[in-house]
Design a protein around this ligand. Sequence first.
Ligand code: HEC
Ligand code: HEC
Length: 403
Amino acid sequence: MRRGSRRRRSAEADRPASTGLSGRAATRLWGVAGTALLWVTAVALTSGQGAARAELPREVLAESVFKNVTTLRGITVDEFMGTMGVFSAALGFSCEDCHTGGSNNWALYAQDVSPRKQMARRMVTMMAEINKQYFGGRQVVTCFSCHRGANRPKVTPSLTLLYGTPPPEELDVLLPPAPPGTPSAAQILDKYVQAVGGQRATGLTSFVAKGTYSGYGPEGFPRPVEIYAKAPNQKAIVVRDPASGDNVTVFDGWTGWLSAPFKPIDVMEFHGAELDSARAEAELTFPASVKQALTNPRSSADFINDRSVLAVQGNKGNALVTMYFDEQTGLLTRLVRSTPSVVGRLPVQTDYSDYRDVAGVKLPFKWTTTWLDGRSNFELSEVQPNVAIDAGRFAKPGPPKPY
Ligand code: HEC
Ligand code: HEC
């Protein structure tokens, strides 16, 4: 049973594109030299305004880093990779369905061999055109709106679906309106801080954790992981892999990077909303800062796996962050961070469990993070609270190499 699911959908549909990226990226485009005319007409015009032009340095733009970008121009490399996640998720494709070659040979990704890659470009243009022509530039139609996980969208209403048992409703990215009697965001966050240890939470200023990590599909084998965290917002996650090189995620308090093997970019820096999202994740590691982490917090109620949860949604810059707290225990069970992109929102969801006591503060020892093209499982074996951490741990990581 889900409350308010219909209203939730329409709330998402009403979101103006000015809060999404189609407008922001578009305005940037005007100042970018060499922008393909196709993209300008298809997307830039959807914004209808010319403010805040080209605030990004050239070297972070997708078309400067990749060889053959003709349509998704004027966006950062990290957002560009996010759009590839949307493509894959929306159509139920793997990367190889549009690109030839495995994840070791990125040069092949620049080639236009698959007709699907060409089709995807036309679809980006079509999608932008529909939103502009018929929805005043709001990003209401995305790849997922039509495709819903299939390469060929369904044409005829399904009678089986109509008269069968409806599939479980998914929580959407925008919260449903709060049912009457829902506690305020401040009350929910207070209860959470109490649940994890109250005043003692402020005493947790750093920790070093060790455990096991496993990824998704071929990345599924378990590997050692180390986590370094320092309040208010520095964090490094190091997944050890001597054979291919470590997978390292760092937020140093200002800037964030991902260094990982088998990626088109060895060390990818986060920008814009992706950076905001990384900042939120680092800050929320420490329960004591939860009340200051987000702006414009609002509350609602919902269900996760049939358990009642109280939700707090707020903004961190251009990222939208939702925390779901178990109504009974008050503990954080799910964190969803989502960032806008030119082809739809990019959600990242973390589900926490196995809370244990660390220096009088309850921390999750298990969590699973899912995003559009991957999943990670973490399981901690030990957490050392309040230890000195070498500043170098939060420095920009080097490219991954075997050792
Ligand atoms: C539905 C088809 C589709 C899927 C699935 C897809 N891509 Fe792409 N990819 C494209 C298109 C189209 C472009 C070119 C975009 C443009 O010209 O603006 C592209 C370009 C790229 C490029 C830039 C190559 C270069 O040097 O020009 C990389 C890297 C890339 N994709 C990686 C990925 C990865 C990784 C995945 C899987 C997570 C993926 N793609 C999934 C359609 C797809
Ligand atoms: C308005 C609905 C709609 C939207 C939005 C849409 N598509 Fe499509 N797409 C279709 C339809 C319909 C087809 C099938 C066309 C056919 O059968 O000839 C299709 C086909 C495709 C194909 C070819 C699949 C195959 O296996 O042959 C690709 C690739 C594709 N779309 C990518 C995308 C991407 C990427 C986006 C988002 C940028 C997107 N589509 C948005 C309706 C849509």
